[in-house]
Write a protein that binds this ligand. Sequence first.
Ligand SMILES: CCCCC/C=C\C=C\C(=O)SCCNC(=O)CCNC(=O)[C@H](O)C(C)(C)COP(=O)(O)OP(=O)(O)OC[C@H]1O[C@@H](n2cnc3c(N)ncnc32)[C@H](O)[C@@H]1OP(=O)(O)O
Ligand code: NDP
Length: 323
Amino acid sequence: LTLLSQQFSQTESWFHRSAGLQSGSAPHSQLFPPAEGVMLPPESFKNRVVFITGGGTGLGRAMATVLSQLGAQCVIASRKLDVLQQTAEDICSRTGNKVHALQCDVRDPQAVSHCVDQMTSLTGLPDVIINNAAGNFICPSERLSPNAWKSITDIVLNGTAFVTLELGKRLIQDQRGASFLAITTIYAESGSGFVAPSASAKAGVEALYKSLAAEWGRYGHRFNIIQPGPIKTKGAFSRLDPTGKFEKGMIDRIPTGRLGTPAELANLAAYLSSDYASWISGAVMRFDGGEYVSMAGEFNDLRRVTPDQWKMMEAMIRSTKGS
Ligand SMILES: CCCCC/C=C\C=C\C(=O)SCCNC(=O)CCNC(=O)[C@H](O)C(C)(C)COP(=O)(O)OP(=O)(O)OC[C@H]1O[C@@H](n2cnc3c(N)ncnc32)[C@H](O)[C@@H]1OP(=O)(O)O
Ligand SMILES: NC(=O)C1=CN([C@@H]2O[C@H](COP(=O)(O)OP(=O)(O)OC[C@H]3O[C@@H](n4cnc5c(N)ncnc54)[C@H](OP(=O)(O)O)[C@@H]3O)[C@@H](O)[C@H]2O)C=CC1
């Protein structure tokens, strides 16, 4: 027991360090401190197999870490086997639970099928599937080549569809239930300039998951979506804020005054994938510190108006009485 609790506290402190990316936050963000510990009871995922695409880096790695801490046997899959193997070793050495690394380019349906064959021999079919792999970069749409469009939409929309259909069909065949989770983004709903392929593909993923939530409930399958706002990972920020100049603007428009953390996202993903959420299906969970509504409201920029300016404007408005 002592060994186990030592292992857990080591894992926690390692995990906290990897999530400590909060420089530049607004002072009021102290009122919204991220709780970084693991939220669910220990062993919530004991005897469960979790499959995570893009699990070697960033948010995928954070989700694999939390789920492994909660007792899951994780299978992480993406293109770079060396990165996956390093992550698998790191997590396993800290949690004591097996993490398997499988090479898989989700754009290739045959590679996906082969990956699922390998997983089936290693662990059996998964109980939890997290479609997290993605590609993205900022680019004016008039500069996009057909192949640039295809490179993003193939990873995000086709990749998610190939993984979901391959696993879904096999689970249905074996009469096994499962929880499917897709990581999209807040602009899947609104669209966004300069990331049109990503916005289009993420919107497609949301349509797919809502459709299957309706269609495959009868097979014991749940489908949910998390739409994160900005969370500092190397993969995202190196392609979406290459100069580092946009981060302040993001923080300014987030009402909670800070970026999200990988650990917060991982706890939400674990909850939605757990038995505690067995009545949640077809849900779209926005996870963005309030950024989406803050960008959407016509008058939200009035946060900048000072009390003196308000006094003046109130007087002006009141003076219109009877006019
Ligand atoms: C700051 C955060 C704010 C909030 C964030 C919100 C949402 C975030 C969503 C995310 O998805 S973040 C995750 C980002 N992570 C990744 O993108 C990781 C994986 N990415 C990659 O591997 C690559 O970046 C890429 C390009 C997606 C795929 O790699 P690969 O298959 O090797 O493609 P190529 O290098 O061969 O390129 C294909 C095609 O695309 C053109 N291209 C590549 N980069 C650019 C660019 N910066 N601008 C314009 N075009 C680009 C490239 O030239 C190729 O087209 P051709 O016509 O020349 O063949
Ligand atoms: N960080 C953020 O602010 C936000 C992130 N998101 C979403 O969160 C998820 C994780 O992003 P994040 O962790 O930030 O970024 P990362 O770049 O770290 O993660 C993307 C992962 O996708 C994998 N991947 C890319 N292409 C393929 C492919 N063809 N086949 C298999 N795997 C692939 C990459 O691994 P490899 O290179 O080895 O293939 C990588 O591990 C994505 O879905 C992203 O859209 C959404 C909103 C905000």
